[in-house]
Design a protein around this ligand. Structure first.
Ligand SMILES: *Cc1c(COP(=O)(O)O)cnc(C)c1O
Length: 331
């Protein structure tokens, strides 16, 4: 695709050109609008994935003698906790590890003396979603990799939000990070330049060469979200898709949802088959009927239908029809 009649495409131009600057500026503006951010919240497109944020967050916020609070509701929060422990004290306020991460703990208290409270709003592998953002006495840090832009949120409530682009936003290679500037500059350690949020803020995500193509595709997705009517419309569609699929799982005699009803994710629908000897057969049957990629994550097994913003209702209805037919053939 040629950009503004300059005879070159996005991946052929300099990341310092005014054409690419316009791409970043517009993408940042859409993020600010959609998430209702305030002036102190800076929008960055970084690299290293959400996994890099597991260490970049504590590197920038958590002093050696300080304490951070985390809630553990699945594999991703577990990884975030492991990294934070390299930098300071970590208090895990609650964990659903006792039941293999099939629910979100509800009764816990967040220590007032923590530097921040880290949550994972949607646990992609286990299909568990925090439907309510907890009220926190300390700055909230959220890994929203797998449910950002799936529904409206009050973005200004958060100290840091981060998300790998590849689930709901664009191709892999870009990581959206939103940082409240007021939280920075308080740790005593020195931070390597690339891991310090401040140079990235100062240079508007252009401290070094960013992932230009990935950011451009993120921009197209952000425009699309707005054109469709914004996050309210995304939420309505996502609920419609998830409700239809969970209703079929609950109805179908062969399948069972793995997550407690109130905590079921609208993005990653996890389920298992009640006759385990049919597991491989269903995977093959689904694949042969154009439902690709429903095998559960290797660490939990079963099935998982990831129905991000990009999945239309027709795709979900297709899977439902395949599940019905499989039930009919295996009575
Ligand atoms: C996918 C995912 C990650 C890891 O993202 P990378 O960009 O691959 O580092 C972290 N957290 C959650 C919730 C995810 O879904």
């Amino acid at each position: 695709m040629e950009l503004d009649n300059i005879g070159l495409s996005l991946i052929e131009i300099s990341h310092r050109s005014k054409e690419f600057q316009a791409v970043v500026d517009e993408a940042v503006q859409h993020v600010k609008d959609l998430l209702k951010l305030n002036e102190d919240q800076k929008v960055l497109f970084l690299q290293g994935g959400a996994t890099m944020q597991f260490c970049q967050v504590p590197y920038n916020l958590l002093d050696e003698k300080g304490k951070a609070a985390y809630i553990e509701i699945g594999s991703w929060s577990k990884k975030a906790i492991k990294e934070a422990k390299l930098f300071g004290q970590v208090e895990v306020v609650a964990s659903s590890g006792d039941k293999n991460f099939t629910y979100v703990p509800k009764n816990y208290s967040i220590p007032n003396d923590a530097t921040y409270f880290h949550i994972t709003t949607n646990e992609t592998i286990h299909g568990v979603q925090m439907k309510q953002i907890p009220e926190s006495p300390v700055p909230l840090v959220a890994d929203m990799s797998s449910d950002i832009f799936s529904k409206p949120i009050e973005g200004s409530k958060f100290g840091i939000i981060y998300a790998g682009a590849q689930k709901n936003l664009g191709p892999s290679g870009a990581t959206l990070v939103i940082v409240n500037e007021k939280l920075l500059g308080k740790v005593s350690r020195s931070i390597p330049t690339m891991l310090d949020y401040r140079p990235h803020i100062k240079d508007g995500s252009l401290h070094n060469t960013p992932s230009t193509f990935a950011i451009y595709v993120c921009l197209l997705t952000l425009r699309w979200i707005k054109e469709q009517g914004g996050l309210q419309v995304m939420e309505k569609r996502n609920e419609e898709k998830a409700n239809a699929l969970y209703a079929e799982i609950d109805r179908n005699s062969l399948f069972e949802a793995t997550v407690d009803k109130p905590d079921r994710s609208t993005m990653n629908v996890c389920f298992k088959i009640v006759r385990p000897e049919l597991e491989d057969a269903f995977n093959t049957f689904a694949k042969n009927n154009d439902c690709v990629g429903i095998k559960g994550h290797r660490s939990v097994g079963g099935f998982r239908a990831s129905i991000y913003n990009a999945m239309p209702l027709e795709g979900v209805n297709k899977l439902i029809a395949v599940m019905r037919e499989f039930e009919r053939q295996n009575r």
